[in-house]
Design a protein around this ligand. Structure first.
Ligand SMILES: [Zn+2]
Length: 161
């Protein structure tokens, strides 16, 4: 049995889209992530990070018709697990279509979302690390130096995080 432990379905619900529609347009998977507390106080919402690495952050605000803020995902260690993630270098600020929105409006939203997500993914791509032991493509937040992922840091070099 295969169980999808990602939060892609939750993201699609928050954006009022079907999960398949969402995946076809912006890829995945997406995971709900912890935010830096000050950012959450400025603008409360749910932060999803995803695509390779992860490289893209999508903040869905807690408004009745949520704003969707897309940008490059950057993680910060604040001493202990887990990493705290932020949206940086915003590539798009969109508003979720209303529940009764005509399909043309939903299609327009999806196209804008895709552009913003692809732009953020391209911006982060040069910093991603390809692990020379297992071949995983990881964000620098999950790498040790420029060529080893944290998993292999532990299994090959015995590094404990
Ligand atoms: Zn590795």
């Amino acid at each position: 049995m295969w169980i999808d432990e990602s939060d892609t379905t939750q993201l699609s619900q928050r954006l009022r889209l079907g999960p398949r529609e969402l995946l076809e347009s912006i890829g995945g998977p997406w995971q709900v992530s912890e935010r830096i507390p000050e950012r959450e106080m400025e603008r409360s919402g749910t932060l999803f990070v995803g695509r390779a690495g992860p490289s893209v952050a999508i903040l869905v605000t807690d408004d009745p018709d949520p704003d969707v803020i897309v940008g490059v995902a950057v993680g910060e260690w604040q001493g202990v697990w887990p990493l705290l993630w932020s949206v940086t270098d915003e590539t798009g600020v969109l508003t979720t279509p209303r529940r009764d929105a005509p399909s043309a409006e939903v299609d327009g939203f999806l196209a804008d979302l895709r552009r913003a997500v692809d732009a953020a993914a391209s911006a982060k791509a040069p910093t991603l690390v390809v692990c020379r032991y297992c071949g995983a493509l990881v964000a620098p937040e999950f790498a040790v130096g420029e060529e080893v992922c944290q998993g292999c840091g532990t299994s090959v070099f015995g590094i404990v995080y």
